[in-house]
Design a protein around this ligand. Structure first.
Ligand SMILES: [Fe+2]
Length: 271
């Protein structure tokens, strides 16, 4: 905030108020004065202290006294910004220090989240078939699909919040069969899920690096708090599923694993 002390201010010679001064013996500088003033609604005045420096005092209960000798010029400081307020209807009014790089990469990340969601949805459809009938895996992949779509939508909202434009791109056709020559279909699908989560994490880290490079503190904080923590947890959880499926092998163990997924969370809901 631009603050100008009028000449009368430095020459004023009010009596120093003695009741509970909050600060005193402060040399008057723009920065110092501005800080004190903006953090306090107390009356300020400036008697000489006899040493050549200006004494500034603030007291509780002095709010009723009129402010004198200080001139604020906020409109002068924001004049440049005021001139830059867009007038075209297709241009964002809110956009500030949000680079084209960040905007483009957010759109790419939206596409990544949608593609991963699409693959998970295809996995849900596969395990829900009557001749596959692994309902627990179908449930898991449906939940993961919805979660990825929510991730995409959260980025869309953030893009709008920063004044960027959401530009959706094409989604690739996913696999529809998850049987594998050497692996059981559930193991293959779970390993594929693990790879997708790691890919998503890499893309998020790329986006984070670009945000850091552009000194976009808001975007780095958003990615870190809303995505990176959860992403590492998802990788750990799916890694455990891969390990468990390798242990159980084919057959009866898979049915138990599937039942575990199907009823996961039910106990907590009952309790
Ligand atoms: Fe995601």
């Amino acid at each position: 905030m631009l603050l100008r002390a009028a000449p009368a201010f430095s020459l004023s010679n009010h009596q120093v108020e003695t009741q509970a001064p909050l600060f005193s013996n402060v040399s008057l500088s723009q920065t110092t004065f501005s800080r004190y003033f903006s953090s306090s609604s107390h009356q300020l005045y400036s008697p000489r202290n006899g040493t050549g420096s200006v004494v500034v005092c603030a007291t509780k209960g002095a709010n009723h006294k009129p402010l004198s000798g200080v001139v604020f010029e906020p409109c002068k400081e924001v004049k440049k910004e005021l001139d830059l307020v867009p007038t075209l209807p297709q241009v964002s009014l809110a956009r500030q220090k949000f680079t084209d790089d960040c905007e483009a990469l957010i759109n790419e990340q939206i596409n990544v989240e949608y593609n991963v969601s699409y693959v998970y949805h295809s996995m849900f459809a596969y395990f829900d078939r009557d001749n596959v009938a692994l309902k627990g895996l179908a449930k898991l992949f449906k939940e993961l699909s919805l979660e990825e779509r929510e991730h995409a939508e959260k980025f869309m909202k953030y893009q709008n919040k920063r004044g960027g434009k959401v530009k959706l791109q094409s989604i690739l056709m996913p696999l529809s069969e998850f049987d594998h020559a050497e692996k059981a279909d559930e193991s293959y699908a779970m390993e594929l899920a693990l790879s997708l989560e790691k890919l998503t994490n890499e893309k998020l880290l790329d986006l984070y690096s670009v945000a850091v490079r552009n000194h976009d503190v808001q975007l780095t904080e958003f990615i870190q708090s809303e995505y990176l923590v959860e992403q590492v947890e998802a990788i750990k959880k799916i890694s455990e599923y891969v390990a468990q499926l390798r242990r159980v092998g084919k057959g009866h163990g898979v049915w138990h694993f599937d039942q575990m997924l199907l009823h996961e969370g039910e106990e907590a809901a009952i309790a």
